[in-house]
Write a protein that binds this ligand. Structure first.
Ligand SMILES: *[C@@H]1O[C@H](CO)[C@@H](O)[C@H](O)[C@H]1NC(C)=O
Ligand SMILES: *[C@@H]1O[C@H](CO)[C@@H](O)[C@H](O)[C@H]1NC(C)=O
Length: 408
């Protein structure tokens, strides 16, 4: 008795020396939000560190005036550089008064008054990527601060990780959920769970630590790659990477292919169509990453396409379209043929990854769940039926464009 109680005392003393929570938290993300891929905007690709209340409120107003809210876009998300470099005397992150003179809560109220939701950014390290305060070790105070401001979405980045938090080559028991990376994110999941306000949680972990194997136990979406760029090579790489991990995607569980670059750089119209269509049919979050006021009418038409958004946001079917082998088509380094179901039927998406316009033939018997026979082919881009076709449908597809069909 004496021996065992002193062992208990030693064990308790060790526990408190190691911190109050020796076992990492296992809290799961809320199911009050995050069922479908988030639709919204994030300032980073347009503004980098020069963010301000004026820019965020302008973006929120543009959601309404440019028809984005009506199309389903909801989240107005602030990225890095919104804070002061030092926490206040009570340990709270403080908005930079030069950028947000009325604080973040006031911006969130303005966003909410437009019927939209407000997102913010922090980091699972000592500092954010741009050197502002990170939330590692401050999860509870920061989650409470964000909830108190009326935040609805948290993008949680992966910069400035202390050396004792890096991962071994293989995590304990081979389970990446128990890696140090996952535990850094799990600490924030637990802190968010303590708040009365549900907050959608995005793990901006750049595809590290096999995040697709554990992401849905920790957050609602997780970044699969490094940062997007407005290039065709990035779009292909993101499609290729995500195509290998589509069994992780379902309700409350989304591979994040990063922000849209439509409006930035020199992507062709066809490349912009592929960028949007692939993010929609693979059920990635779609966060517009440009100055919304500068989008052309043609770009607005792409990003508000009702049928592609309906596929992304289908309330009954959570799984994405997946690559299939189309009989008669050559194999390509990035898959070109994808098929999936929606509440309205079977859909086929065809990407021309080649450098010139070419003829494509969808073989109905190759499409999972379809088979040979006669089907009405409907063009999701135009919203019109093309006609009835038996066994296959042949069409011309421009370089880097994506065709989107429903077959019934
Ligand atoms: C790293 O060190 C900090 C500070 O001592 C400590 O709080 C934390 O638990 C350590 N992390 C790991 C994974 O051991
Ligand atoms: C479609 O695929 C099937 C099975 O591989 C094949 O028998 C048929 O000839 C193909 N049809 C066309 C039009 O290529």
């Amino acid at each position: 008795m004496v021996l065992s109680s002193s062992l208990v005392t030693i064990a308790l003393a060790l526990c408190s020396a190691l911190g109050s929570n020796a076992a990492p938290p296992t809290a799961k993300p809320t199911t009050a939000v995050g069922k479908l891929p988030a639709l919204g905007w994030n300032d980073w690709n347009a503004d980098g560190c020069s963010i301000s209340e004026a820019k965020v409120v302008a973006a929120a107003n543009a959601f309404v005036s440019r028809g984005l809210k009506a199309a389903g876009y909801q989240y107005v998300n602030v990225d890095d550089c919104w804070a002061l470099k030092n926490r206040d005397s009570s340990g709270r992150i403080t908005p930079d008064p030069a950028k947000f003179p009325n604080g973040i809560a006031s911006v969130a109220t303005q966003v909410h008054n437009l019927g939209l939701k407000m997102g913010i950014y922090s980091d699972a390290g000592t500092n954010t990527c741009a050197g502002y305060p990170g939330s590692l070790g401050h999860e509870d105070v920061d989650a409470a601060t964000f909830a108190g401001w009326g935040i609805d979405y948290l993008k949680y980045d992966n910069c400035n990780v202390p050396s004792n938090w890096t991962d071994a080559a293989s995590p304990p028991g081979g389970n990446w959920y128990n890696s140090n990376s996952a535990i850094r994110y799990r600490q924030m999941t637990a802190a968010l769970d303590k708040q009365s306000r549900p907050i959608q949680f995005n793990l901006c972990i750049w595809g590290q630590a096999n995040v697709w194997t554990w992401g849905s136990q920790v957050g609602h979406s997780w970044r699969m790659t490094g940062d997007a760029s407005a290039t065709w090579s990035f779009i292909l790489m993101a499609i290729n990477t995500n195509s290998q991990h589509l069994s992780s995607v379902n309700f409350y569980s989304h591979n994040d292919m990063d922000m849209m670059e439509i409006g930035n750089g020199a992507l062709t119209t066809q490349e912009q169509r592929t960028h949007f269509a692939a993010w929609a049919f693979l059920k990635s979050p779609i966060l517009l990453g440009t100055d919304l006021a500068k989008l052309t009418a043609a770009q607005i038409a792409i990003i508000t396409n009702a049928e592609l958004l309906a596929f992304s946001q289908d309330p009954n079917i959570g799984v994405p379209a997946k690559p299939f082998t189309n009989a008669g088509s050559p194999s390509t380094s990035t898959p070109e043929y994808f098929a999936g179901k929606s509440s309205k039927g079977t859909h086929v998406f065809v990407i021309n990854t080649g450098g010139s316009t070419s003829t494509r033939t969808v073989n109905f018997s190759s499409v999972p769940g379809l088979g040979s026979g006669t089907f009405t082919v409907h063009d999701m881009w135009t919203g019109k039926d093309i006609g009835k076709f038996t066994n296959s449908y042949k069409f011309s597809l421009a370089s880097h464009d994506t065709a989107a069909f429903r077959l019934t």
